[in-house]
Design a protein around this ligand. Structure first.
Ligand code: GMT
Length: 378
């Protein structure tokens, strides 16, 4: 198949999922065309002869207070789909991608070309931004006019049906991870680069938005470090970072809490890690938790959204209600102070992650594409 993929090219989970999916599909012989405003961060240039990247440029015009990205995207989509004779268009994150996809479909129909649209809902496009009254009618319309709709967790599917009036079937296709690739990575890792031998390494990775509850991460660590030697790796960039850095300074923990910024070395960092923290207020899936588990890192998370579908209580880690720092500290302590238990959870975390292995998921998307293509032919 010739598949066009639209996503955000940033470090966010939806862009990572879209990119890894495209790479996996190309390995199965499909021709993949990424169409976005920048090369996706996890996409290496010239990675595979079947992978192509088409940049969307939005010309600056002083009359516009807001530059019309959807217009530029749908025009570029029309151009690429027509020229390359794309079979199916898969858009990740509803806003504004599903909306631009619908306009693309209509413009192509006008010249006699039919293109099916598959929309994957990722989380905040539904639970936060998409349900805002300013966007809701357009998001509802775009979901209802997609040929196939998928959600990355059962929880997100339920949120979508609760927040919008949807009459299109939503299929749950969970996020995935290339467990084989992780197993192939070089070990042992050089954890001495980050911490002393006796120090446990705790990691948090996110986009530092308020819903990630960064202050909870710091509060949990502050309590833990009073009881055991440890260090905290904070990976990512975002609006809460400035407050987090100030809080770390106020607590005098600058030498224990390290801010690593956005990183392309997530595999290395997770290889060094003993525990992963994700106390989010909302989380449709929690891809970073899955990545940690695939590296054998147990997860202490909140039980928000789809996290309980990913992190299995008492097996790959522990879950607690949002804001329940006390429970998270106690659970983290129990894991980090009991060598045998920690080793057991490391193994179990990997086992739980293997349920989300890429091989189980790529076939589902291929079937959805084939179904979407068939649906527009009749
Ligand atoms: O976590 C974010 O805020 C970024 C966002 C994104 O669009 O990349 O993540 C969402 O999609 C990820 C991939 O499907 C999920 O793993 C995240 O749980 C989800 N984030 C939220 O629901 C807050």
């Amino acid at each position: 198949m010739k598949i066009a993929i639209v996503c955000y090219p940033t470090f966010g989970g939806s862009g990572v999922v879209a990119t890894e999916l495209g790479i996996a599909l190309s390995a199965k012989g499909h021709e993949i065309h990424f169409i976005t405003y920048r090369q996706p961060v996890r996409l290496e240039a010239l990675q595979h002869p079947l992978i192509h990247f088409h940049e969307v440029n939005v010309p600056d015009y002083p009359l516009f207070k807001y530059q019309p990205y959807e217009l530029a995207l749908s025009s570029r989509l029309v151009d690429v789909i027509k020229t390359i004779q794309i079979d199916v268009l898969h858009v990740h994150y509803a806003i504004p991608h599903a909306y631009a996809a619908y306009m693309t479909k209509m413009m192509l129909l006008d010249i006699g070309i039919k293109i099916p649209i598959v929309t994957t809902l990722h989380g905040t496009d539904i639970t936060l931004v998409g349900s805002h009254p300013f966007y809701k009618p357009a998001v509802t319309f775009s979901i209802n006019h997609s040929d196939r709709v998928t959600a990355v967790s059962q929880s997100l599917k339920e949120d979508t049906l609760r927040l919008f009036v949807i009459h299109t079937k939503i299929e749950v296709v969970p996020n995935f991870i290339d467990t084989e690739k992780i197993n192939r990575l070089g070990k042992p890792c050089k954890r001495s680069l980050l911490a002393q031998k006796e120090e446990k390494i705790i990691t948090h990775i996110s986009n530092f938005r308020p819903l990630k509850r960064i202050m909870d991460v710091i509060a949990i660590f502050e309590r833990l470090h009073k009881e055991l030697p440890c260090k905290l790796m904070m990976v990512g960039e975002g609006p809460e970072k400035i407050n987090a850095v100030a809080q770390v300074k106020a607590l005098g923990l600058e030498d224990k809490i390290i801010f690593l910024g956005n990183s392309n070395e997530i595999d290395k960092i997770l290889c060094y890690s003993d525990l992963f923290l994700l106390p989010s207020e909302k989380e449709s899936f929690g891809l970073s938790a899955l990545e940690a588990m695939a590296h054998g890192v147990p997860v202490i998370s909140s039980n928000a959204g789809g996290l309980s579908e990913v992190n299995k209580e008492g097996f790959s880690g522990y879950l607690a209600p949002v804001g329940d720092i006390e429970t998270m500290v106690q659970k983290a302590k129990s894991l980090l102070t009991d060598e045998a238990l920690h080793t057991q959870f490391r193994t179990q975390a990997k086992k739980q992650a293997s349920l989300f292995s890429i091989e189980n998921v790529v076939g589902k998307y291929e079937a959805i594409y084939a179904d979407a293509i068939a649906s527009i032919r009749f």
